[in-house]
Design a protein around this ligand. Structure first.
Ligand code: V47
Ligand code: SF4
Length: 379
């Protein structure tokens, strides 16, 4: 620990209890749940930012990762009715939704022929007629067509439904999908684990324990995964810390998570539109506390299509070291929920520029954070 760092950063707060937490963080000690709540409640933005940036730079220096990926959304028809969702169409209104065949999804993969994309992210609604066998066939078809493309797909919400319908255990279902070509799991569907909040915003889908168990089994099979948290709606700081605590505990056990992704609730066109959105100050606090609390998560990601480009740049001073990639412009879930980004795609050079503008060091990565190209070495 560097005493000068402690002095410099802790001069930004006066409360002894906060100074003590700052001291702990700089000496590499873990923040407790009660201390996590104090960070949210009492920490000034400048102090939290300085601490989170200290941790970020200790872990990654100026490196800011991105990857080249594209999305496939098999369907937006969903049996569930999460109140925050602006995207899904109930099966009863299926004529308003879409549902892609395996061939149509392969056409999307073919669009990227010859392009240096490394990952496809498959995520969508939970269609009552799409089966485990259908998704296994989709995975095999993609792998046969482009074997080196990493497939990151399906949230525990989709998986839990698929496995229950097929009457297979989580273990058997995950093995089957892994053998068919599934490489890792994205972070979606986590929302907020607390049952009292889940009951009010997404009562009918897999619960927090179910979400965690599916990721645990994936990790035990050697797969990596991400984790999200939907914040800025009806939850309080205690619920956020409880969510992060449960993720941190599972990570201690398995080490299988790569990235934590806080997702800001957007309020356009959904059942929770009456709620105001969190302020940018609150968003930056969220990133900073996440960086400080999730000490065993190697990476913290800002999902720029949801947060907006300028705020994603800002987040790089509040603990974030990864910006989600150069994604395809057919991704609908976020623009439908009110993100400023109505066309959430950026070319690699635009993304590199965005990172360089805030004097960080762009590095292209693959899904598992192996470095593909260091952009500090080129113009
Ligand atoms: O679980 C839905 C969120 C998530 C809204 O792993 C909303 O690399 C805000 O998890 N306001 C799915 N958020 C997307 C997701 C994700 C995205 C990017 C990268 C990765 C990754 C994962 O989208 C859902 C839900 O929490 N969401 N509606 C809304 N109105
Ligand atoms: Fe369905 Fe996912 Fe939307 Fe919930 S968030 S209604 S599970 S598509």
């Amino acid at each position: 620990m560097n005493d000068l760092d402690v002095k410099r950063i802790n001069s930004l707060v006066s409360e002894p209890e906060l100074k003590q937490i700052g001291h702990k963080i700089i000496s590499g000690e873990r923040v407790s749940p009660a201390e996590g709540i104090l960070l949210f409640e009492k920490g000034s933005l400048s102090w939290l930012g300085a601490l989170a940036n200290y941790v970020r730079e200790k872990m990654h220096g100026d490196k800011t990762y991105f990857n080249r990926n594209f999305h496939i959304e098999p369907t937006n028809i969903c049996v569930f009715s999460c109140n925050f969702c602006s995207y899904s169409k109930l099966y009863a209104h299926k004529e308003e939704g879409w549902e892609l065949t395996i061939d149509q999804m392969l056409d999307i993969v073919r669009k990227y022929d010859g392009q240096p994309v490394t990952e496809v992210h498959i995520v969508g609604g939970v269609h009552p007629k799409l089966t485990l066998a259908f998704f296994a066939e989709l995975l095999s078809a993609i792998k046969t067509y482009r074997p080196n493309l990493h497939i990151k797909g399906f949230t525990p919400v989709e998986l839990d439904y698929m496995f229950r319908k097929a009457k297979v255990s989580v273990e058997d279902g995950m093995k089957l999908l892994q053998n068919a070509g599934l490489d890792s799991l994205p972070g979606g569907g986590a929302e907020i684990f607390s049952p009292e909040i889940r009951e009010k915003i997404c009562a009918d889908k897999v619960d927090g324990n179910g979400w965690l168990y599916i990721h645990k089994v994936a990790h035990q099979l050697g797969m990596h995964s991400n984790a999200t948290m939907l914040y800025g709606h009806i939850e309080n700081y205690g619920h956020r810390i409880d969510h992060m605590e449960q993720l941190r505990n599972l990570q201690d056990e398995t080490g299988g998570f790569n990235t934590f992704i806080p997702l800001k609730f957007r309020n356009k066109d959904n059942e929770m539109s009456y709620l105001p959105e969190s302020s940018i100050v609150e968003d930056m606090k969220m990133y900073a506390v996440a960086r400080l609390y999730m000490d065993n998560f190697p990476h913290l990601k800002a999902y720029w299509p949801m947060l907006g480009r300028n705020n994603a740049q800002l987040s790089l001073s509040f603990g974030v070291n990864d910006i989600d990639g150069t994604i395809d412009d057919s991704t609908k879930i976020y623009s439908m929920a009110g993100s400023e980004e109505q066309n959430p795609s950026m070319s690699t050079s635009q993304l590199v520029q965005l990172i360089r503008q805030v004097k960080r060091h762009p590095v292209e990565r693959d899904t598992l954070y192996q470095e593909i190209r260091d952009y500090s070495l080129s113009v």
